[in-house]
Design a protein around this ligand. Structure first.
Ligand code: GRF
Length: 202
């Protein structure tokens, strides 16, 4: 049965666009997924123009949320959109705000996030820079379900990215993004199978 997705993004939108290209623009073989809408908390986020250009008939909602006092109103409106579009999965693609515990607990195993490190290492912001500066030889990308604990929900899939001596934060970032674009669609397809994330290896 078809599943409805909503994508939440705050910034550049390369992951959002990649998912749209995979599941919306190229619908061949992806008939089970419908991207119902994109929601951004930032009015001038580049992701908005990119989505308009690539997928003009995907609805875009801008709901301001930059300070904590705006969170309740953001979540109320988001909840209305989720109901209206009968959303099955909420996909965070560079969504830079923390959703409340109350909101997250209403959608168990339905909110999915991508994080640019091998969790549980380097949680939180600037994970790529933190891994580079720490000097680890391998970092990577994690796709996981969102729970009330930040960057700690059940892992759906991970992929390793090696850090070479010649890398800079910039080149590492490029490698991480390339890997993100490869594994996020795969992880979503795994999630759709309903497989137990603790047992799944790809
Ligand atoms: C990605 O590195 C993602 O892992 C993190 O935020 C970044 C978003 O990049 N959560 P983009 O906006 O998708 O280009």
């Amino acid at each position: 049965m078809k599943k409805n997705f909503i994508i939440l993004a705050s910034g550049n939108g390369s992951n959002a666009l990649n998912l749209i290209n995979k599941f919306y623009t190229d619908k061949n073989g992806c008939g089970d997924i419908e991207i119902a809408a994109v929601v951004s908390n930032i009015a001038d986020a580049p992701v908005i123009e990119k989505v308009k250009k690539t997928a003009p008939d995907i609805s875009i909602f801008v709901i301001p949320f930059t300070v904590l006092s705006e969170r309740d109103a953001f979540e109320k409106e988001l909840g209305d959109i989720i109901k209206k579009y009968k959303v099955d999965y909420i996909i965070l693609a560079g969504f830079m705000k923390i959703l409340s515990k109350e909101f997250v607990s209403k959608f168990p195993y339905q909110i999915i996030n991508i994080h640019p490190s091998l969790l549980p290492a380097f949680k939180g912001r600037e994970a790529i820079k933190k891994a580079f500066e720490y000097g680890v030889k391998y970092t990577g990308v994690t796709v996981h379900y969102v729970t009330s604990e930040i960057d700690a929900g059940p892992i759906i899939c991970q992929e390793i990215v090696g850090i070479d001596d010649s890398d800079t934060v910039g080149t590492l970032e490029a490698k991480i993004h390339k890997t993100e674009h490869k594994i996020y669609p795969v992880a979503i397809e795994i999630a759709l199978t309903g497989a137990d994330p603790r047992r799944r290896v790809i």
